[in-house]
Write a protein that binds this ligand. Sequence first.
Ligand code: SAH
Length: 361
Amino acid sequence: MSDKIHLIGLNKDELAKFVLKIGEPKYRASQIFKGLHERRLRQIEEITDLPKSFREKLNETSTTSTLEVESRYVSEDGTRRFLMKTHDGYPVETVFIPTEKRDTICFSSQSGCPLKCDFCLTAKLGLLRNLTVGEIIEQIVIVLNDVYGEANETPHGTNLVAMGAGEPFLNFENLIKAIEIMSEEDGLFIVPNRITVSTAGIVPKIYEFAKLEKRPHLAISLSAPNDELRDKLMPINKKWDIEELLQAAKEFQNSLRKGERFTFEYVLLGGINDSVEHALDLAKLLKKYNLTRVKINLIPHNSAEPLEYKPTSWDQVEKFKKTLEENGVSAYVRTPRGRDIFAACGQLAAKSEPNLVQIAN
Ligand code: SAH
């Protein structure tokens, strides 16, 4: 595979150039694009509107599917976790989260993660490698096919979140290119407005992201109201501290469209960052930087060995939320999903325990 061209990771221009280069008419590019993205076909042979000889020629130089599903776990709450492998053996995890109103696919931007957030299991893997454009898109195609079958319909109702393994802003170019390709109308047609990217706070990239014309929504993982605590929980804070992060957030706020808001995520860790004082400090901090067009997503910590954090009691979660609200900050609690199959936030660590219920493909 390594020297073959990964067709699903090419945008329309690149695909057209590729087709012309191998001596075929340009409209073949559109047939390939629709076959892979709109019809979600996984093999070149299946794009039967292409002549057989052309399909054979394509197969010699290029490939469409490089990710393989190793195992698939289904939670008692309906969440599905897909543990996949790249062609060179690296783990990739993707999660499907159904809710009554809409479905969400949580995808990974990296295999493993280089950031060492103390409360996150993915951090224990370290960075294995960045995912390619094609590998990012393939995750979505694989999950959509699993859930909806290989239907011709475009999945208008699906939201995407770049909140799986990895730090999306450390694989910025590939992420943005994948998002552009996924938004094509004759492809997956998942528009940026349906996508949220979460960053631990790669400050220069927040400025860059703010300048993009068609961009997804942004979530910033804050998780502490002061540098002393954030340094311990999220070592990236030693590189870009809260002052630098919130200045960038302010700049981002200035670039918001009418009616749009952005999000701060705050992982609640029992006895560490979840007191009423912490909530008051957090509200003060937002006020100090005049961050008014924000909401806070409170994420109760999902534990997993060997992480040593205790969960915050529900009573305390409510108190924290109420304190924020009383101080003029909108706050929501993210319901934990798929904890039983290691699919919840911060639990993606390529776990494949035999005691998890595994449903064969
Ligand atoms: N690297 C990115 C995106 C991945 S994680 C980021 O840090 O934003 C998505 C969210 O899950 C982040 O807000 C992260 O802080 C949170 N998270 C990590 N580990 C967690 C855990 N064990 N329990 C609950 N949330 C966790």
